[in-house]
Ligand binder design. Sequence first.
Ligand SMILES: Nc1nc2c(ncn2[C@@H]2O[C@H](COP(=O)(O)OP(=O)(O)O)[C@@H](O)[C@H]2O)c(=O)[nH]1
Ligand SMILES: [Mg+2]
Ligand SMILES: [Zn+2]
Length: 352
Amino acid sequence: MTPRTDIATQLAPLGWRADLPAARAWAEKSEGRVARVSEQHRSGYRVCDGDSEFPVQAPAPWTRKGFPPEQRAVVGDFVRLHAHEDQILELMPRSSLFQRGAAGEHLKVQPIAANIDTVLVVTGLDRDFNLRRLERYLVLVNASGAAPVLVLTKTDRCEDVATLREQLAGIEGGGVPVVAVNAKDAVSLAALSPWLGPGRSVVLVGSSGAGKSTLTNTLTGREKMKTGAVRERDSRGRHTTTHRALLTLPQGACLIDTPGMRELKLTGEEDVADAVFDDIEALACTCRFRDCRHQQEPGCAVRAALDSGDLDAGRYANYRKLLSERDQAADVLAARRKQARSSGPGKPRRPG
Ligand SMILES: Nc1nc2c(ncn2[C@@H]2O[C@H](COP(=O)(O)OP(=O)(O)O)[C@@H](O)[C@H]2O)c(=O)[nH]1
Ligand SMILES: [Mg+2]
Ligand SMILES: [Zn+2]
């Protein structure tokens, strides 16, 4: 068995830190080996142990239908491996988990990346720019346990960066750092340095074509990820990136690139008012009636702010929309969990 100090030294370049829940769990039970999930494919996982990268087997229960998706490993997870076989024994506790509601009708949770310090929300300063979608991203990031940073790409192609940035004043005022870059230019990416030091883990999220893989390549100084040209018409990219991959950067951090997310549903576990819309919540507290629905009630502070223009109507509408979506997803999630508890462990998945 590898001594504990060796694990810490060996995994340090992969973002292992003594303050992480995984490190505390390992201190209690250091059996087997530890590795970090670097790639996730339909057929299985690849992990790094600080020495090499190799494929590993997932535990049998993870492949069963009905097994909670958030209890399976995702990119960024630390896993405990069998001492002599390339077999995952256990998912180690996480410091954060970025997830979304899975695409489609089923309202399932789709975990994206784990043990992340910073989620870099990447947006092109072209037709990709969409304030409402950014708010949606921020709600998801806030629920993850990681901190958000907004990265605006394609400054070299944008005539008026200042005007678009002005629209982000509220978000920036709420404490979210905003950085504008040319993803192809290493000098311009120096602005991201505060989040890319040794021991840090970051994930890139955003629509396809936003520049995530271009950023990754410029930061690594190599063509690690394939990039794709976007369509002129709507600035949409093709899904050139097909899997999530964890890479180490020359600056010391671990970076996870992801495929674009076309649909960005809430999972039901988000606190929509938290951080992103806390000003609206604060305003609502000053309405005359405690149960004010902000419609026709006298003394409604929200209505007054909308009428005076202090509160942007589009932002308020998005807040209401996200709230109701969250509530709906929360109901489904609760029902699903109740059903999972009553039906016990899932049956093996039928082949095909
Ligand atoms: N001029 C310019 N082009 C960019 C920038 N960022 C990305 N691109 C281009 O946008 C397209 C999509 O980039 P890609 O990195 O594949 O986007 P991804 O889908 O988010 O990974 C490619 O043609 C890139 O060269 C940028 O900051 N400036
Ligand atoms: Mg990509
Ligand atoms: Zn009101």
